[in-house]
Design a protein around this ligand. Structure first.
Ligand code: F6R
Length: 254
């Protein structure tokens, strides 16, 4: 695991975009996350596109997750959110952005189909955020560490955290989501996780220095050979070995 610590969210986004950019230049398939954490990364990728340094015209993307029951065109669907925050600002084709079919009357069937689609394609680099409780994708605590794409009942904490996207109305937040499983996510060849702010400090500790446990689903990344964690000072504030990580970044080869 490579740990990169930066002063603030903007620098976190710049560093994460630098990890992703070479894969885009090679036309590889990327995995996208929604939420607040990746916004500065998307901003930087958009800047690189505007500078003529990157094109997404032939890139395929797979979203991590989607709320059950929200149509793609619903303002709170993750497909629409990714389009508003990122893909419509660059030359991404909507038809190249894949997400679980949240309107399938049988979400278990939709989850299985999505798993098949990702398995057939493969993902070269997956961008992740992390929830306050350590979830990645919507894999809440106790998720199977090697599980496939699934239907997940959302943790009350996640519903509370995400109510901000629904004008603060907790009752408006869907109770279920479809999410790539921890097994699906960790089959991506490379992973970059971004986290900012002190509310993420416990989760970041759990991922980097805590025990491997389904109670902190992100800790499964300890098993993956190509993971980069990019955090700001606040999200790194519970880490015990910050100087070691800074030294490792300084002397890293390539
Ligand atoms: C989003 C996702 C979630 C978020 C996590 C953090 O696609 O899969 O795991 O990354 O809930 O959300 P933010 O970044 O809004 O704090």
């Amino acid at each position: 695991m490579d740990i990169i610590i930066r002063a603030n969210a903007q620098e976190v986004g710049e560093a994460a975009a630098q990890v992703i950019a070479p894969f885009v230049r090679e036309g590889k398939t990327i995995g996208l996350a929604t939420g607040s954490s990746p916004l500065t990364t998307y901003k930087e990728l958009i800047r690189l596109y505007e500078e003529g340094e990157l094109s997404f015209s032939n890139i395929q993307a797979f979203l991590l997750d989607e709320y059950v029951g929200l149509d793609r065109e619903d303002d709170n669907s993750y497909f629409k959110t990714i389009r508003n925050e990122f893909t419509s600002h660059v030359d991404f084709k909507d038809s190249n952005v894949h997400s679980p079919d949240s309107t399938d009357p049988d979400p278990y069937h939709a989850a299985a189909l999505y798993e098949e689609k990702i398995t057939a394609s493969g993902v070269a680099i997956q961008l992740l955020g992390v929830g306050v409780n350590g979830h990645i994708g919507f894999n809440e605590p106790t998720s199977a560490l090697q599980g496939p794409t699934k239907v997940q009942a959302l943790h009350p904490q996640t519903i509370k955290d995400n109510a901000r996207f629904f004008n603060g109305a907790i009752e408006e937040v869907p109770t279920h989501a479809m999410t790539q499983g921890l097994g699906t996510i960790t089959r991506a060849e490379n992973i970059v996780l971004v986290a900012t702010g002190d509310t993420k400090a416990d989760a970041v500790w759990g991922i980097v220095e805590g025990p491997l446990t389904a109670m902190c689903p992100g800790s499964v990344l300890q098993l993956h050979p190509n993971v980069t964690i990019v955090v700001d000072e606040a999200a790194a504030s519970r880490l015990e070995n910050v100087e070691y990580y800074r030294t490792m970044e300084r002397i890293r080869l390539g």
